[in-house]
Design a protein around this ligand. Structure first.
Ligand code: PXP
Length: 252
């Protein structure tokens, strides 16, 4: 089975929103990402609309359909966003906890709290009843107790939160215990027939131990890819602009 790469393009929209212009275009970003070999596009429509906007959702969905690839729609369990998901009909929904004040998603859903568990359960059942063929993943910590709770729900996959692992990796700390925890999580999920995805904070380097150890079938990666794309493109862009100026020397 192919190991899948989902590219999260939220931060293309972050750059656009910083200026309120129409560029950089999320449609162009989704097109480039899928043309170059990604297996799916991931976007997170946050309640505060800090990056992805309502109109982006349909536009990006249409790009994924042009390429015959899935759209993975990340969302909190809020009534307004649930209705947008139903109107869009993505291939996947990934349910995440969402707090207004956070910089980015800070961790997995709390399924131990019975009120939260019921909210997630109701959301999964409602979404599945409204969107034919919809697959759902839950963003969770690799904690066996939480994963056992998740297995009682109508879901297709769990996306394991890799943020703490990725931080340990970047800061040169020992990360071997994370690999053991992920391996235990994988065994549990596979035994229950639930897909095993991963995401958050990953870079090209921190991805390597995970793929080498065959830990997850799908990775959703955003921030680092967009950051690295700056350096893979910055030289070209400056070179082109400087060359165009050389052709038109300034005269007094
Ligand atoms: N997966 C989930 C559930 C997320 O919330 C995010 C961040 O939006 C990602 C993956 C991608 O994380 P990053 O941008 O740090 O690669």
């Amino acid at each position: 089975m192919k190991t899948r790469l989902g590219v999260n393009i939220d931060h293309i929209a972050t750059l656009r929103q910083a200026r309120g212009e129409s560029y950089p275009s999320v449609v162009d970003a989704a097109t480039t990402v899928l043309r170059e070999g990604a297996d799916q596009i991931t976007i997170h429509l946050r309640e505060d609309r800090r990056h992805i906007q309502d109109t982006d959702v349909e536009a990006v969905y249409l790009v994924t359909k042009k390429f015959g690839k899935p759209l993975n729609f990340e969302m909190g369990c809020s009534d307004e966003i649930i209705e947008i998901a139903i109107a869009t009909g993505p291939d996947w929904v990934c349910l995440v906890p969402e707090k207004r004040e956070e910089q980015t998603t800070e961790g997995g859903l709390d399924l131990i709290d019975s009120k939260n568990f019921e909210k997630v359960k109701t959301t999964c059942d409602y979404l599945k009843s409204k969107v034919e063929g919809l697959k759902i993943s839950l963003f969770l910590e690799a904690n066996p107790e939480v994963l056992e709770k998740a297995s009682q729900l109508n879901i297709d996959a769990v996306e394991i939160h890799t943020g703490d692992y990725a931080k340990a990796f970047v800061h040169d700390e020992d990360y071997s215990h994370f690999l053991e925890t992920f391996s235990t999580a994988k065994k549990l999920l596979v035994s229950k027939g639930i897909g095993c995805h991963a995401g958050h904070g990953l870079t090209q380097s921190s991805l390597m131990p995970l793929i080498e150890n065959n830990l997850f079938e799908e990775y959703n990666i955003g921030h680092w890819i967009i950051c690295q794309a700056v350096f893979d493109g910055l030289g070209n862009v400056v070179n082109k602009m400087a060359s165009s100026m050389e052709k038109f020397p300034y005269t007094k």
